[in-house]
Design a protein around this ligand. Structure first.
Ligand code: CO8
Length: 381
Protein backbone atom coordinates (compact mmCIF):
# COMPACT_ATOMS: atom_id res chain seq x y z
CA UNK A 1 0.00 0.00 0.00
CA UNK A 2 1.22 3.50 -0.75
CA UNK A 3 1.20 5.74 2.31
CA UNK A 4 0.53 9.17 0.89
CA UNK A 5 -1.30 11.17 3.58
CA UNK A 6 1.05 12.09 6.40
CA UNK A 7 4.28 10.21 5.98
CA UNK A 8 5.61 7.88 8.62
CA UNK A 9 9.38 7.99 8.89
CA UNK A 10 12.14 5.83 10.27
CA UNK A 11 14.03 8.47 12.21
CA UNK A 12 16.72 6.44 13.97
CA UNK A 13 18.26 2.99 13.89
CA UNK A 14 20.55 1.00 16.15
CA UNK A 15 22.43 -2.28 16.12
CA UNK A 16 23.74 -4.20 19.09
CA UNK A 17 26.58 -6.53 18.05
CA UNK A 18 27.31 -9.28 20.59
CA UNK A 19 30.82 -9.40 22.04
CA UNK A 20 31.99 -12.82 20.78
CA UNK A 21 33.01 -13.93 17.28
CA UNK A 22 33.05 -17.52 16.03
CA UNK A 23 34.86 -17.98 12.73
CA UNK A 24 34.04 -20.71 10.24
CA UNK A 25 37.40 -22.30 11.07
CA UNK A 26 36.56 -22.55 14.77
CA UNK A 27 33.07 -23.87 14.10
CA UNK A 28 34.19 -26.45 11.55
CA UNK A 29 37.06 -27.54 13.84
CA UNK A 30 34.63 -28.24 16.69
CA UNK A 31 32.12 -29.98 14.42
CA UNK A 32 34.75 -32.21 12.85
CA UNK A 33 36.20 -33.16 16.26
CA UNK A 34 32.66 -34.05 17.35
CA UNK A 35 32.14 -36.09 14.14
CA UNK A 36 35.44 -37.97 14.66
CA UNK A 37 34.46 -38.76 18.23
CA UNK A 38 30.96 -39.88 17.19
CA UNK A 39 32.29 -42.07 14.38
CA UNK A 40 34.89 -43.60 16.69
CA UNK A 41 32.34 -44.37 19.42
CA UNK A 42 29.92 -45.84 16.89
CA UNK A 43 32.47 -47.60 14.68
CA UNK A 44 30.91 -51.06 15.12
CA UNK A 45 27.38 -49.85 14.39
CA UNK A 46 28.68 -47.86 11.42
CA UNK A 47 30.52 -50.97 10.12
CA UNK A 48 27.29 -53.01 10.46
CA UNK A 49 25.37 -50.31 8.60
CA UNK A 50 23.10 -49.58 11.59
CA UNK A 51 24.35 -46.01 12.02
CA UNK A 52 25.44 -43.52 9.37
CA UNK A 53 28.90 -42.03 9.82
CA UNK A 54 28.93 -38.26 10.20
CA UNK A 55 30.45 -36.41 7.24
CA UNK A 56 32.95 -33.60 7.77
CA UNK A 57 31.97 -29.95 7.48
CA UNK A 58 34.20 -27.63 5.43
CA UNK A 59 34.86 -23.89 5.47
CA UNK A 60 34.99 -23.91 1.67
CA UNK A 61 31.46 -25.27 1.41
CA UNK A 62 30.09 -22.83 3.96
CA UNK A 63 31.58 -19.76 2.33
CA UNK A 64 30.72 -20.82 -1.20
CA UNK A 65 27.17 -21.99 -0.45
CA UNK A 66 26.21 -19.18 1.93
CA UNK A 67 28.78 -16.35 1.88
CA UNK A 68 29.14 -16.60 5.68
CA UNK A 69 32.65 -16.15 7.13
CA UNK A 70 31.89 -15.67 10.82
CA UNK A 71 29.06 -14.97 13.23
CA UNK A 72 28.62 -13.11 16.52
CA UNK A 73 27.24 -14.87 19.58
CA UNK A 74 26.14 -13.61 22.97
CA UNK A 75 27.79 -16.50 24.82
CA UNK A 76 30.57 -18.50 23.18
CA UNK A 77 31.31 -20.77 26.12
CA UNK A 78 29.97 -24.28 25.47
CA UNK A 79 29.37 -23.92 21.72
CA UNK A 80 32.77 -25.26 20.68
CA UNK A 81 32.95 -27.84 23.49
CA UNK A 82 32.45 -31.12 21.61
CA UNK A 83 30.78 -32.67 24.67
CA UNK A 84 28.16 -29.91 24.79
CA UNK A 85 27.90 -27.89 21.55
CA UNK A 86 25.41 -25.49 23.08
CA UNK A 87 26.04 -22.13 24.75
CA UNK A 88 26.11 -22.18 28.55
CA UNK A 89 23.50 -19.60 29.46
CA UNK A 90 23.13 -19.03 33.19
CA UNK A 91 19.51 -18.88 34.31
CA UNK A 92 18.51 -15.35 35.33
CA UNK A 93 16.24 -14.60 38.24
CA UNK A 94 12.77 -13.28 37.39
CA UNK A 95 13.82 -9.97 38.92
CA UNK A 96 16.78 -9.61 36.53
CA UNK A 97 16.56 -8.15 33.04
CA UNK A 98 15.97 -10.88 30.44
CA UNK A 99 18.83 -11.49 28.04
CA UNK A 100 16.88 -10.56 24.89
CA UNK A 101 15.55 -7.46 26.65
CA UNK A 102 19.17 -6.53 27.37
CA UNK A 103 20.09 -7.03 23.70
CA UNK A 104 17.07 -5.05 22.51
CA UNK A 105 17.70 -2.20 24.93
CA UNK A 106 21.31 -1.82 23.74
CA UNK A 107 20.13 -1.44 20.14
CA UNK A 108 17.22 0.78 21.22
CA UNK A 109 19.50 3.24 23.02
CA UNK A 110 21.48 3.84 19.82
CA UNK A 111 18.27 4.23 17.79
CA UNK A 112 16.84 6.69 20.33
CA UNK A 113 20.06 8.65 20.29
CA UNK A 114 20.16 8.84 16.51
CA UNK A 115 16.49 9.88 16.39
CA UNK A 116 17.04 12.51 19.12
CA UNK A 117 14.25 10.98 21.19
CA UNK A 118 13.93 10.33 24.91
CA UNK A 119 12.51 6.97 26.07
CA UNK A 120 9.49 8.72 27.62
CA UNK A 121 8.52 10.03 24.17
CA UNK A 122 8.00 6.45 22.98
CA UNK A 123 4.42 5.26 23.44
CA UNK A 124 4.62 1.98 21.54
CA UNK A 125 7.28 -0.74 21.84
CA UNK A 126 7.18 -3.74 19.52
CA UNK A 127 9.55 -6.64 20.18
CA UNK A 128 9.73 -8.50 16.89
CA UNK A 129 11.90 -11.59 16.57
CA UNK A 130 11.72 -14.97 14.90
CA UNK A 131 11.34 -16.52 18.34
CA UNK A 132 10.57 -15.01 21.70
CA UNK A 133 12.39 -15.73 24.95
CA UNK A 134 9.04 -16.60 26.58
CA UNK A 135 5.38 -16.08 25.77
CA UNK A 136 4.58 -13.90 28.77
CA UNK A 137 5.01 -11.39 30.20
CA UNK A 138 5.88 -9.97 26.79
CA UNK A 139 9.55 -9.00 26.56
CA UNK A 140 8.37 -5.79 24.87
CA UNK A 141 6.60 -4.80 28.10
CA UNK A 142 9.78 -5.52 30.06
CA UNK A 143 11.75 -3.30 27.65
CA UNK A 144 9.08 -0.60 27.88
CA UNK A 145 9.40 -0.60 31.69
CA UNK A 146 13.21 -0.80 31.73
CA UNK A 147 13.59 2.13 29.33
CA UNK A 148 10.79 4.19 30.86
CA UNK A 149 8.60 4.32 27.75
CA UNK A 150 4.89 5.08 28.01
CA UNK A 151 1.86 3.69 26.13
CA UNK A 152 1.77 0.00 25.28
CA UNK A 153 4.03 -2.80 24.12
CA UNK A 154 3.73 -6.27 22.63
CA UNK A 155 5.74 -9.09 21.06
CA UNK A 156 5.17 -10.40 17.56
CA UNK A 157 6.76 -12.92 15.23
CA UNK A 158 6.72 -13.52 11.49
CA UNK A 159 10.00 -15.48 11.32
CA UNK A 160 12.57 -13.86 9.02
CA UNK A 161 10.21 -11.04 8.11
CA UNK A 162 9.36 -10.04 11.66
CA UNK A 163 11.34 -6.79 11.50
CA UNK A 164 9.69 -5.48 8.33
CA UNK A 165 6.25 -6.67 9.46
CA UNK A 166 6.85 -4.98 12.83
CA UNK A 167 7.81 -1.72 11.09
CA UNK A 168 4.58 -1.94 9.11
CA UNK A 169 2.56 -2.70 12.26
CA UNK A 170 4.13 0.32 13.98
CA UNK A 171 3.19 2.46 10.97
CA UNK A 172 -0.42 1.30 11.26
CA UNK A 173 -0.45 2.41 14.90
CA UNK A 174 1.06 5.80 14.05
CA UNK A 175 -1.38 6.38 11.21
CA UNK A 176 -4.42 5.29 13.21
CA UNK A 177 -3.39 7.50 16.11
CA UNK A 178 -2.97 4.77 18.74
CA UNK A 179 0.70 5.77 19.06
CA UNK A 180 2.78 8.85 18.28
CA UNK A 181 6.32 7.49 18.42
CA UNK A 182 7.24 3.81 18.17
CA UNK A 183 10.28 1.72 19.00
CA UNK A 184 10.69 -1.55 17.11
CA UNK A 185 13.35 -3.89 18.53
CA UNK A 186 14.52 -7.12 16.94
CA UNK A 187 16.64 -9.17 19.31
CA UNK A 188 17.51 -12.29 17.34
CA UNK A 189 19.08 -14.69 19.83
CA UNK A 190 19.57 -17.56 17.42
CA UNK A 191 22.58 -19.43 18.85
CA UNK A 192 20.68 -21.41 21.52
CA UNK A 193 18.33 -22.59 18.76
CA UNK A 194 21.02 -24.01 16.52
CA UNK A 195 21.99 -27.65 16.52
CA UNK A 196 25.78 -27.27 16.38
CA UNK A 197 25.97 -31.07 15.83
CA UNK A 198 24.11 -30.77 12.51
CA UNK A 199 26.39 -30.27 9.51
CA UNK A 200 23.63 -28.79 7.35
CA UNK A 201 22.72 -25.99 9.72
CA UNK A 202 25.51 -25.47 12.27
CA UNK A 203 26.97 -22.54 10.34
CA UNK A 204 23.87 -20.60 9.35
CA UNK A 205 22.91 -18.24 12.19
CA UNK A 206 24.35 -15.51 14.39
CA UNK A 207 23.06 -13.33 17.23
CA UNK A 208 22.28 -9.60 16.99
CA UNK A 209 19.70 -7.01 17.96
CA UNK A 210 18.43 -4.15 15.83
CA UNK A 211 16.12 -1.24 16.61
CA UNK A 212 14.22 1.44 14.70
CA UNK A 213 12.32 4.54 15.82
CA UNK A 214 9.23 5.45 13.81
CA UNK A 215 7.20 8.63 14.00
CA UNK A 216 5.37 11.13 11.80
CA UNK A 217 7.58 13.22 9.54
CA UNK A 218 6.56 16.48 11.22
CA UNK A 219 7.99 15.43 14.60
CA UNK A 220 11.23 13.90 13.30
CA UNK A 221 14.47 15.70 14.14
CA UNK A 222 17.06 12.94 13.51
CA UNK A 223 19.93 13.49 11.10
CA UNK A 224 19.12 10.53 8.84
CA UNK A 225 15.36 10.30 8.41
CA UNK A 226 13.65 8.07 5.85
CA UNK A 227 10.00 8.42 4.88
CA UNK A 228 8.26 5.17 3.99
CA UNK A 229 6.76 5.58 0.54
CA UNK A 230 5.30 2.13 0.11
CA UNK A 231 5.12 -1.23 1.86
CA UNK A 232 4.15 -4.71 0.80
CA UNK A 233 3.70 -7.77 2.99
CA UNK A 234 3.09 -11.29 1.78
CA UNK A 235 2.95 -14.77 3.31
CA UNK A 236 2.74 -18.13 1.60
CA UNK A 237 2.60 -21.33 3.65
CA UNK A 238 5.57 -23.70 3.38
CA UNK A 239 7.08 -26.40 5.58
CA UNK A 240 10.47 -25.99 3.92
CA UNK A 241 11.73 -23.92 6.87
CA UNK A 242 10.31 -25.24 10.09
CA UNK A 243 10.79 -25.95 13.76
CA UNK A 244 8.59 -28.24 15.86
CA UNK A 245 9.98 -26.78 19.06
CA UNK A 246 6.82 -26.09 21.03
CA UNK A 247 5.24 -26.19 24.47
CA UNK A 248 3.43 -29.25 23.08
CA UNK A 249 6.68 -31.26 22.85
CA UNK A 250 6.78 -31.99 26.57
CA UNK A 251 3.25 -33.42 26.38
CA UNK A 252 4.05 -35.98 23.68
CA UNK A 253 2.99 -39.51 24.74
CA UNK A 254 6.45 -41.07 24.30
CA UNK A 255 8.44 -38.09 25.59
CA UNK A 256 12.03 -38.68 26.67
CA UNK A 257 14.78 -36.22 27.52
CA UNK A 258 16.49 -37.22 24.26
CA UNK A 259 13.47 -35.90 22.31
CA UNK A 260 14.54 -32.33 23.08
CA UNK A 261 17.78 -32.93 21.15
CA UNK A 262 16.15 -34.17 17.97
CA UNK A 263 16.70 -32.01 14.90
CA UNK A 264 13.06 -30.93 14.56
CA UNK A 265 13.35 -29.24 17.97
CA UNK A 266 15.90 -26.90 16.39
CA UNK A 267 15.72 -25.62 12.82
CA UNK A 268 15.08 -27.66 9.71
CA UNK A 269 15.04 -26.49 6.15
CA UNK A 270 15.13 -27.72 2.59
CA UNK A 271 17.58 -25.02 1.53
CA UNK A 272 17.45 -25.76 -2.20
CA UNK A 273 13.64 -25.74 -2.25
CA UNK A 274 13.62 -22.47 -0.31
CA UNK A 275 15.86 -20.97 -2.97
CA UNK A 276 13.72 -22.21 -5.81
CA UNK A 277 10.33 -21.34 -4.38
CA UNK A 278 11.06 -18.11 -2.54
CA UNK A 279 13.09 -16.26 -5.19
CA UNK A 280 10.23 -15.92 -7.73
CA UNK A 281 7.89 -14.74 -4.95
CA UNK A 282 10.37 -12.06 -3.86
CA UNK A 283 11.12 -10.86 -7.40
CA UNK A 284 7.44 -10.75 -8.26
CA UNK A 285 6.51 -8.84 -5.13
CA UNK A 286 9.18 -6.17 -5.58
CA UNK A 287 8.47 -5.85 -9.33
CA UNK A 288 4.78 -5.26 -8.57
CA UNK A 289 5.58 -2.93 -5.72
CA UNK A 290 7.79 -0.72 -7.88
CA UNK A 291 5.23 -0.71 -10.67
CA UNK A 292 2.40 0.10 -8.23
CA UNK A 293 4.38 2.93 -6.67
CA UNK A 294 5.42 4.15 -10.18
CA UNK A 295 9.09 4.03 -9.22
CA UNK A 296 11.70 2.96 -11.76
CA UNK A 297 14.35 0.58 -10.44
CA UNK A 298 16.94 3.04 -11.81
CA UNK A 299 15.68 5.49 -9.18
CA UNK A 300 16.47 3.02 -6.38
CA UNK A 301 19.82 4.04 -4.95
CA UNK A 302 20.27 1.10 -2.58
CA UNK A 303 18.69 -2.24 -1.64
CA UNK A 304 19.01 -3.44 1.94
CA UNK A 305 18.11 -7.05 1.36
CA UNK A 306 17.51 -9.91 3.77
CA UNK A 307 20.80 -11.52 4.76
CA UNK A 308 20.40 -15.31 4.65
CA UNK A 309 22.46 -16.31 1.68
CA UNK A 310 24.70 -14.26 -0.60
CA UNK A 311 23.62 -16.14 -3.71
CA UNK A 312 19.98 -15.29 -3.04
CA UNK A 313 20.84 -11.61 -2.62
CA UNK A 314 22.88 -11.56 -5.81
CA UNK A 315 20.00 -13.23 -7.66
CA UNK A 316 17.36 -10.78 -6.42
CA UNK A 317 19.55 -7.75 -7.12
CA UNK A 318 20.44 -9.06 -10.60
CA UNK A 319 16.78 -9.70 -11.40
CA UNK A 320 15.74 -6.22 -10.35
CA UNK A 321 18.63 -4.30 -11.90
CA UNK A 322 19.05 -6.49 -15.00
CA UNK A 323 22.76 -6.72 -14.18
CA UNK A 324 25.04 -7.58 -11.26
CA UNK A 325 24.77 -5.20 -8.32
CA UNK A 326 27.73 -3.32 -6.90
CA UNK A 327 28.27 -3.73 -3.14
CA UNK A 328 27.20 -0.09 -2.77
CA UNK A 329 23.83 -0.90 -4.39
CA UNK A 330 23.04 -4.01 -2.33
CA UNK A 331 25.41 -4.20 0.65
CA UNK A 332 26.14 -7.53 2.31
CA UNK A 333 26.58 -7.98 6.05
CA UNK A 334 26.00 -11.73 6.29
CA UNK A 335 29.68 -12.46 5.76
CA UNK A 336 30.29 -10.96 9.22
CA UNK A 337 26.95 -11.52 10.98
CA UNK A 338 25.72 -14.73 9.25
CA UNK A 339 21.95 -15.13 8.97
CA UNK A 340 20.41 -13.09 11.76
CA UNK A 341 16.82 -14.02 10.90
CA UNK A 342 14.64 -10.90 10.73
CA UNK A 343 17.39 -8.46 11.73
CA UNK A 344 19.58 -8.86 8.61
CA UNK A 345 18.06 -6.23 6.33
CA UNK A 346 17.92 -3.76 9.26
CA UNK A 347 21.64 -4.27 10.04
CA UNK A 348 22.40 -3.53 6.38
CA UNK A 349 20.11 -0.47 6.47
CA UNK A 350 21.67 0.81 9.69
CA UNK A 351 25.26 0.41 8.49
CA UNK A 352 24.73 1.72 4.99
CA UNK A 353 22.43 4.71 4.92
CA UNK A 354 24.26 7.74 6.33
CA UNK A 355 25.87 8.50 2.96
CA UNK A 356 22.58 8.77 1.06
CA UNK A 357 21.43 12.23 -0.02
CA UNK A 358 18.01 13.81 0.40
CA UNK A 359 15.66 12.31 -2.19
CA UNK A 360 17.60 9.07 -2.57
CA UNK A 361 15.31 6.05 -2.52
CA UNK A 362 15.94 2.53 -1.33
CA UNK A 363 14.25 -0.79 -0.58
CA UNK A 364 14.36 -2.64 2.74
CA UNK A 365 13.31 -6.20 1.92
CA UNK A 366 13.15 -9.32 4.08
CA UNK A 367 12.25 -12.89 3.14
CA UNK A 368 12.26 -16.28 4.76
CA UNK A 369 10.30 -18.78 6.81
CA UNK A 370 6.55 -18.87 6.53
CA UNK A 371 7.22 -18.12 3.70
CA UNK A 372 7.10 -14.42 4.49
CA UNK A 373 8.21 -11.35 2.54
CA UNK A 374 8.17 -7.73 3.70
CA UNK A 375 9.30 -4.86 1.50
CA UNK A 376 9.45 -1.13 2.26
CA UNK A 377 10.37 1.56 -0.26
CA UNK A 378 11.94 4.47 1.61
CA UNK A 379 13.21 7.91 0.65
CA UNK A 380 15.71 10.02 2.54
CA UNK A 381 14.12 13.23 3.78
N1 CO8 B 1 30.13 -28.79 4.90
C1 CO8 B 1 30.35 -29.52 3.79
N2 CO8 B 1 29.36 -30.02 3.01
C2 CO8 B 1 28.09 -29.79 3.40
C3 CO8 B 1 27.79 -29.05 4.56
C4 CO8 B 1 28.86 -28.54 5.34
N3 CO8 B 1 28.66 -27.83 6.46
N4 CO8 B 1 26.44 -28.98 4.70
C5 CO8 B 1 25.93 -29.66 3.67
N5 CO8 B 1 26.90 -30.15 2.89
C6 CO8 B 1 26.78 -30.97 1.67
C7 CO8 B 1 25.42 -31.63 1.58
O1 CO8 B 1 25.39 -32.81 2.33
C8 CO8 B 1 25.32 -31.87 0.10
O2 CO8 B 1 26.05 -33.02 -0.24
P1 CO8 B 1 25.54 -34.00 -1.42
O3 CO8 B 1 25.57 -33.14 -2.65
O4 CO8 B 1 26.55 -35.06 -1.37
O5 CO8 B 1 24.16 -34.40 -1.03
C9 CO8 B 1 26.03 -30.66 -0.52
O6 CO8 B 1 26.85 -30.14 0.52
C10 CO8 B 1 25.09 -29.61 -1.01
O7 CO8 B 1 24.12 -29.33 0.03
P2 CO8 B 1 22.89 -28.38 -0.18
O8 CO8 B 1 22.19 -28.71 -1.45
O9 CO8 B 1 22.07 -28.34 1.09
O10 CO8 B 1 23.67 -26.99 -0.32
P3 CO8 B 1 23.16 -25.63 -0.87
O11 CO8 B 1 24.01 -25.20 -1.97
O12 CO8 B 1 21.68 -25.59 -1.07
O13 CO8 B 1 23.49 -24.65 0.38
C11 CO8 B 1 22.33 -23.52 2.14
C12 CO8 B 1 22.89 -24.86 1.64
C13 CO8 B 1 23.48 -22.57 2.40
C14 CO8 B 1 21.59 -23.78 3.45
C15 CO8 B 1 21.40 -22.91 1.10
O14 CO8 B 1 20.50 -23.88 0.61
C16 CO8 B 1 20.61 -21.73 1.60
O15 CO8 B 1 21.08 -20.82 2.23
N6 CO8 B 1 19.36 -21.65 1.18
C17 CO8 B 1 18.53 -20.50 1.50
C18 CO8 B 1 17.74 -20.84 2.61
C19 CO8 B 1 17.21 -19.63 3.31
O16 CO8 B 1 17.30 -18.51 2.93
N7 CO8 B 1 16.61 -19.91 4.41
C20 CO8 B 1 16.14 -18.93 5.26
C21 CO8 B 1 16.29 -19.53 6.59
S1 CO8 B 1 16.29 -18.41 7.84
C22 CO8 B 1 14.72 -18.24 8.41
O17 CO8 B 1 13.79 -18.42 7.74
C23 CO8 B 1 14.60 -17.85 9.80
C24 CO8 B 1 13.93 -18.91 10.57
C25 CO8 B 1 13.99 -18.60 12.01
C26 CO8 B 1 15.37 -18.68 12.53
C27 CO8 B 1 15.43 -19.10 13.90
C28 CO8 B 1 16.84 -19.15 14.46
C29 CO8 B 1 17.47 -20.50 14.50
Amino acid sequence: MTDSLSHTVISGTGVFTPPNVITNEELVGAFNAFADDFNHKNSDAIARGDVSALQKSTCDFIEKASGIKQRYVMIKEGILDTHRMMPIIPRRADTELSITAEMGIAAAREALDRAGKKPEEIDLVIYGASTSERPWPAVAVEIQAALGCTGYAFDMTVACSTATFALSTAMDALMSGTATCALVVNPEYTSPQINFRDRDSHFIFGDVATACILEKEETATGKHVFRVLDRRLQTHFSNNIRTNSSFLTKAEPDITFQRFYEQDQYFIQQGRKVFKELLPLICNLVDNQLAGAKIDIRDIRRMWLHQANINMNLFVARHLLGRDAQFDEAPIVLDQYANTASAGSIIAFHKYHDDLASGDKGIICSFGAGYSIGSLIVEKV
